[in-house]
Design a protein around this ligand. Structure first.
Ligand SMILES: [Zn+2]
Length: 1023
């Protein structure tokens, strides 16, 4: 016997017990141990986050990471789970800076260093003066993928400044900038060689006399404050302006080379500004490039702290952004400010501390990523991205625009950059391990804390015997390097574990939020492309945002954050997961709330559980076990064959979805199948389980439902691990001690193509369609489902479909509670056509004749004519109506056609199918309807009395004359249905459990429990 199962279930208790079982029996460990010689399935853990409390998005990521290792384990693979590689880096450091604590990351960092040495050896690590995004608060450059993490919309100054031409008083270049603080570092102005420029003359705004301004011709209207006041006095091409000198606005720093003149820049556009761009090589990537091309000086006016250096006397010590208004004021005072406004734009901020980034020329260490750009682009094409648009979109665009990776960070905490430079010759070397460093330093450094400041004290003579002392460079390494180096570093490769590294590289699958596209997804791809010219991962799922129930972003300030524990405690972990998997494609934002997870419980979880509990209850009653005789599928009921065909098709579909990382595709079909299993297969098969004889039909039903439930338990094992194992252990392990003791140690089900019967599935779908039309027809005349009807007829679209009605006649009759079914040969017998010629289309065409044609076609023509016209119009054909000796042609679209039921019938139609019920009731049909109502009330009383489904009873009743007549007429039927050994009229008191069904005294129809207005008293007793 299976363990007894009740429909009522405590989900939390079930999940806790399941957890205990897994722990006690080491199921997780065994899922790996038992496959240690199997082919490898590799996943990597993303950089774990440590700041903040766990949120729903953490559950999302964990759930998605968990699916595929589970699935692949069930497909016979060994899927090693290796806990999060420590790449906390700066978020942790920031926390530590507050707490003054410290963490021992020695070994891990040594491994990261070993990876870095490989880059050095390949000459991919270099130092150069570069303009880099720089955080003056953190005192460090940021890599471009870090920059991409922190864009915000802000308002900045937008100033138009006069640059006086050197030899032409009263003539100015008009120049636009949003960073006034960079003006003291200006060394040139850039124009587009082929752009058109003009010199305009007009009165000085708010001043005296006239002035001349030079700017791009196309921007004159947009920029000048009083356009009418100016007239164009000269026109130039940009190249005519080259080498024109102007007087620098500021001269804080001494300059010995030629500067302050116009140069060409291919980046100059006329989209905004004035078409003349101010060049400060210290503070812009383009500026630096133009500066190098033209041998311009780099004026570094700002220190590493983001404040003006002492030489900039007027603004010394002022943080650059604070200096913007001061510089603006100064230029106004000197008559050089044409106009000062503010404008909104998107600007990068430090992702760690929120300080606006400065573009800043620094001596910095770089990885030569651009050298491998094409390799990275090519390799990207071999990765399976989910969603697939990330491949050529977000990620592909990123690779196309790739810059060298700024690797050094001028910080204290972090992995020190293991480069030592000769303080006399400038030669450098990269140290790959503590052992190597010990050898160089001539002492054992095994116990050395690899961090600053200790490692900075390690100096040694240049090992080539010449030169001076080797000293470490001050930088530490970008923490994102650690994250990308983890496939190597977690094994200490290449110094250690070569074999296991090769076995665990590349990953078959990784998964993180889509914001990692330019973070971890990139660093992994970048490092593996540069070191091995290989991908680091073959499949990747990028997860979208979690929104609240209204579709708004969750945030502390909005107070709409959902605590995941509340959801676990209310609905369990399985329903939580299932919601995340089925609620949408993983890359899209998804709404989330406790109630949405609750819907999963009522919609899916309980449907499956009730089907399972139904099966266990009846199987135990009949003593059925998986070793009982199993009739061959071909000899089973068509319903069994149908549901097995659906099952095996679903196994095939779900397997394909898992294999292509399509999570909704691996879950939604199971939910649809379980719904069909419960509301179609089990409902229609109830009487087969219920009947007393254990014939082949019943054996077939058990074997079929059993196979469905066991298969479903395995299909959902990767996605609903708790419920899956609870089902599997009772259905399989309970009666077969040789079976794997947990579904997570079992193999994934295989689809049996021989059982996939597309014809049968198509036919059954047609039956479902006809039954649902029949129900709609019954509904249209408000006839209760328990009232038997004499006949149902169906019009179908194709002749071969008529055969389906015959083949499934029993099923359709029982579903619709009718005595006979058949094909409808002449719809005209049961259907009336209503035709309405449309004035909007025919009024103009028929003019004065319209009213009489309309009246004839709509009202007065014989029904036979209307039927003939209606059928023709529905087929899309035109009709000709003869009236008063005249022919009127009406087109299909000009007449609205609706079909209604003829007297004594109810019809419903959809898409060319029609169901018609004969609604004429005989006395016998009415009595049978009443008897069925009685049965329903007895069954519900049995349930209330808590009788077991197999308990036999004696039944007493009291009823009015009409009801009593019906009860007598169908006494055998009522007794058989309710397992009543005796049924008699009489007092229902005493030791009977009794109930009274009657009209509500106040006439409230909702409280009316009577049978068609008649009172019924019944009593039941177990015998
Ligand atoms: Zn910062």
């Amino acid at each position: 016997m299976f363990k007894a199962v009740k429909p009522e279930v405590d989900i939390q208790k079930l999940e806790r017990e399941q957890l205990d079982f897994w722990r006690l029996n080491r199921i997780f460990e065994r899922s790996m141990e038992e496959r240690k010689d199997a082919p490898r399935y590799v996943t990597y853990e993303g950089p774990p986050t440590v700041n903040g409390v766990p949120g729903v998005h953490h559950v999302l990521a964990r759930a998605f990471k968990d699916i595929f290792p589970r699935y692949k384990t069930m497909r016979g693979y060994y899927a090693l789970r290796k806990g999060g590689w420590d790449t906390h880096g700066l978020p942790v450091e920031l926390a530590l800076e507050k707490e003054l604590g410290f963490t021992q990351k020695k070994q891990i960092e040594e491994y990261g260093i070993a990876v870095l040495k490989q880059f050095w050896d390949k000459n991919l690590l270099y130092k150069g003066l570069k303009v880099v995004p720089y955080c003056s608060r953190c005192g460090t450059p940021l890599s471009s993928h870090e920059v991409s993490l922190g864009y915000q919309d802000v308002e900045d100054p937008s100033v138009f400044v006069r640059f006086p031409l050197r030899d032409k008083p009263g003539v100015y270049f008009l120049v636009w900038t949003t960073t006034p603080w960079t003006l003291p570092a200006n060394v040139a102005l850039a124009v587009g060689e082929n752009l058109d420029y003009v010199q305009v003359e007009g009165p000085v705004p708010n001043g005296e006399g006239t002035e001349n301004l030079i700017l791009a011709a196309s921007l004159v209207d947009k920029v000048l404050t009083n356009r009418e006041g100016y007239q164009i006095v000269k026109k130039f091409k940009g190249k005519d302006l080259l080498n024109t000198h102007y007087s620098p606005l500021y001269t804080f720093l001494p300059v010995e080379t030629n500067y302050a003149y116009v140069v060409a820049g291919d980046f100059v556009s006329t989209e905004d500004g004035t078409g003349i761009v101010h060049i400060a090589p210290a503070f812009g990537v383009d500026d630096m490039a133009v500066g190098k091309e033209n041998n311009l000086p780099v004026l570094q006016t700002v220190g590493a702290d983001g404040k003006f250096i002492d030489a900039v006397t007027e603004f010394r010590g002022v943080w650059v952004k604070d200096a913007d208004p001061e510089i603006t004021r100064d230029l106004k005072r000197r008559g050089l400010m044409y106009k000062a406004e503010r404008h909104k734009h998107t600007y990068p901020f430090c992702w760690r501390c929120g300080t606006p980034l400065l573009y800043f020329a620094r001596d910095a260490w770089f990885l030569r990523a651009t050298e491998y750009r094409q390799k990275m682009i090519d390799l990207n094409q071999t990765i399976n991205w989910v969603p697939d648009h990330v491949q050529d979109g977000r990620f592909g665009n990123w690779l196309n625009e790739l810059k060298d990776w700024a690797l050094g960070r001028e910080r204290y905490w972090g992995t020190p950059l293991p480069v030592w430079i000769d303080d006399q010759t400038g030669e450098g070397l990269c140290v790959g391990s503590v052992a190597e460093l010990s050898q160089l330093a001539g002492r054992d450094l095994t116990e050395l804390d690899l961090h600053r400041p200790y490692v900075d004290d390690i100096t040694f003579p240049n090992p080539n015997g010449r030169g001076g002392t080797m000293r470490r460079v001050p930088e530490v390494i970008d923490v994102w390097f650690d994250s990308g180096a983890m496939p190597l570093a977690q094994w200490g490769y290449p110094a250690h574990n070569q074999e296991i590294f090769e076995e665990q590289f590349p990953a078959d699958y990784i998964c993180e939020a889509v914001d990692q596209t330019r973070g971890w997804f990139y660093t992994l791809h970048s490092i593996s492309s540069m070191l091995f010219e290989e991908v680091s991962y073959k499949n990747v799922i990028c997860l979208g945002l979690i929104l609240d129930a209204k579709g708004e972003k969750m945030s502390k300030s909005k107070g709409n954050i959902v605590d995941p524990w509340e959801v676990f405690n209310a609905h369990g972990a399985d329903a939580f997961r299932w919601y995340l998997f089925t609620s949408g494609p993983p890359g899209e934002p998804r709404r989330f709330s406790k109630d949405l997870v609750g819907d999963v419980v009522s919609r899916f979880w309980l449907t499956l559980w009730n089907t399972y509990s139904f099966f266990i209850t009846y199987a135990n009653l009949d003593g059925w076990t998986p070793t009982s005789a199993q009739p061959p599928v071909a000899q089973r009921d068509l319903l069994d064959q149908f549901v097995l065909a659906e099952l095996h098709q679903m196994v095939k579909d779900v397997t394909e979805a898992f294999d292509t990382y399509d999570v909704p595709g691996a879950t939604r079909p199971v939910e649809a199948f379980v719904e069909m299993l419960s509301n179609w297969y089990v409902r229609l098969s109830r009487r087969r389980f219920w009947k007393s004889e254990s014939d082949a039909d019943k054996m077939g039903a058990y074997a079929t439902l059993y196979e469905c439930l066991v298969t479903v338990s395995k299909l959902i094992a990767p996605t609903m691990p708790f419920m899956a194992d609870a089902l599997y252990r009772n259905l399989v392990v309970e009666l077969d001690p040789k079976a794997p003791m947990s579904v997570h140690l079992a193999l994934f089900p295989e689809s049996n193509p021989a059982l996939i019967n597309e014809t049968l599935v198509r036919e059954m779908r047609l039956v479902e369609k006809l039954v649902s039309l029949g129900r709609a027809a019954r509904e249209s005349v408000r006839l209760g489902v328990r009232q038997p009807l004499a006949d149902a007829r169906f019009a179908v679209r194709e002749a071969r479909e008529s055969g389906v009605i015959e083949r499934f006649a029993d099923l359709i009759m029982s579903e619709l509670n009718v005595k006979s079914v058949g094909a409808l040969n002449n719809a005209g017998d049961v259907v009336m056509y209503k035709l309405n010629p449309l004035q909007s289309l025919l009024g103009k065409k028929l003019r004065a004749d319209f009213p009489k044609v309309q009246k004839w076609v709509r009202d007065d023509a014989p029904d036979a004519d209307k039927r003939q016209w209606g059928e023709a119009l529905l087929r899309g054909e035109n009709i000709v109506v003869q009236l008063d000796g005249q022919d009127f042609a009406l087109a299909a679209e000009e007449v609205q056609v609706t079909r209604g039921a003829a007297e004594g019938y109810a019809v419903a139609e959809d898409g060319g199918y029609l169901a018609s019920l004969d609604t004429r009731l005989t006395e016998e049909l009415i009595d049978e309807g009443l008897a069925r109502e009685v049965v329903r009330r007895v069954q519900s009383l049995r349930k209330d009395a808590d009788f077991n489904v197999e308990d036999r009873i004696s039944l007493k009743y009291q009823a009015g004359e009409r009801l009593t007549k019906a009860i007598n007429r169908f006494a055998d039927y009522i007794r058989a249905q309710t397992l009543a050994e005796t049924m008699e009229q009489g007092d229902t008191n005493g030791d009977f459990v009794s109930a009274m069904y009657q009209p509500d005294p106040d006439g409230d129809p909702k409280k009316d429990t009577s049978i068609d207005g008649e009172t019924l008293a019944i009593g039941v007793k177990r015998v």
